[in-house]
Design a protein around this ligand. Structure first.
Ligand code: TRP
Length: 329
């Protein structure tokens, strides 16, 4: 059994790409592995959110992950800032993280470019905090997308450095968790390669059915095939790609055949796609609504998560303090 851990950005609602590409896989993992999932609200302070906004987004993320099927009895689901042990480990790891390597991180350079008026130390040490997140539970596997590979590599480096420095075979060296062929990529409806928040083309789980249909009906297409078996443009291919994931095979085949013989009507294609996406999302939307209204449940979930996470984190931190040489009088 692996110890799988992932941090979840506390900004933004889940869109279909997040759900089918990542969260659905997390839900599958919870029966097979020891899982830790947390909402990374310490990390989000690098962008200076307003206090009311911060709580609201953390709450929204918690609601949506629960709605998506994470079971707080099976996994350790918590809010990062409920676990102060992470902050202490971060402080300790910072002593062995060097300015040069932190400055060279691509994510730091990207963010420094994006917010030149706010290049704070938290941004610089973001990979150290992420290493603390991972190492505090001695995670063995971390599911990471392309954009987080370097950060995981840094966590491995910090773990090895600590072990070497204190001649202790203490920290486990975390590995990327590979979903392999199960990894699903959802393209954008605007002809772009990817559905994403920054792309502004997301179909959100919390969208109403009406909003969802409107977005799908507005999806980019082209002027339509005029010759038999003409090549498929990227925006139309994107629609076929989404259809391949959410619709029955026969339905997809039927539209592909209609494309090939030029009888396709994109309006029909979109309507079918909207129906099938809605079929996937509707139960989630209902659960989001129910959980959103249940303060007591959310409080219970957060408390349970914090308790389990702190127990695990406390063990690691105690050992780290001893290795470093802090001793009680
Ligand atoms: N940096 C990750 C992201 O932006 C979120 C994150 C924070 C994380 N701590 C983590 C992911 C630890 C994996 C492990 O998506």
């Amino acid at each position: 059994m692996a110890t799988v851990l992932s941090g979840i950005r506390s900004t933004g609602r889940l869109h279909l790409g997040n759900y089918l590409g990542a969260v659905k896989n997390f839900v599958k993992l919870q029966d097979e592995h020891d899982c830790f999932f947390f909402i990374a609200d310490y990390h989000s302070l690098t962008t200076h959110p307003k206090p009311e906004q911060l709580h609201q987004s953390v709450r929204q993320v918690l609601v949506e992950y629960l709605a998506a099927g994470l079971d707080p009895e099976k996994v350790t689901l918590y809010v990062q800032s409920d676990v102060p042990e992470i902050a202490e480990l971060y402080l300790l790891l910072n002593m062995n993280a060097y300015l040069g390597e932190l400055e060279r991180t691509t994510s730091f350079k990207d963010k420094a470019r994006k917010q030149p008026e706010n290049i704070n130390a938290g941004l610089l040490t973001y990979p150290v905090l992420m290493a603390a997140d991972i190492l505090i539970h001695q995670a063995t596997h971390v599911p990471v997308g392309k954009d987080q590979e370097q950060n995981l590599e840094m966590a491995r480096k910090f773990a090895k450095r600590f072990n070497h420095m204190y001649k202790a075979d203490f920290f486990n060296i975390p590995q990327p968790f590979n979903f392999g062929s199960e990894l699903i990529k959802i393209p954008g409806l605007d002809g772009s390669g990817k559905m994403g928040k920054s792309e502004g083309n997301g179909l959100y789980l919390s969208d109403t059915e009406k909003q969802l249909r409107k977005k799908v009906m507005k999806a980019k297409t082209d002027t339509g095939p005029t010759e038999k078996n003409s090549p498929v443009s990227e925006p139309v291919q994107n629609l076929f790609d989404i259809m391949k994931i959410v619709s029955d095979e026969a339905v997809l085949d039927q539209f592909k055949a209609a494309y090939a013989d030029c009888s396709i009507r994109y309006g029909d294609l979109k309507k079918q796609l909207a129906d099938d996406i809605n079929r996937e999302i509707a139960p989630l939307r209902d659960r989001i609504e129910a959980i959103e209204a249940d303060d007591d449940y959310l409080k219970k979930v957060a408390n349970l998560g914090a308790e389990k996470a702190r127990e695990s984190a406390g063990k690691t931190l105690k050992a780290v303090r001893e290795i470093i040489g802090f001793k009680p009088f």
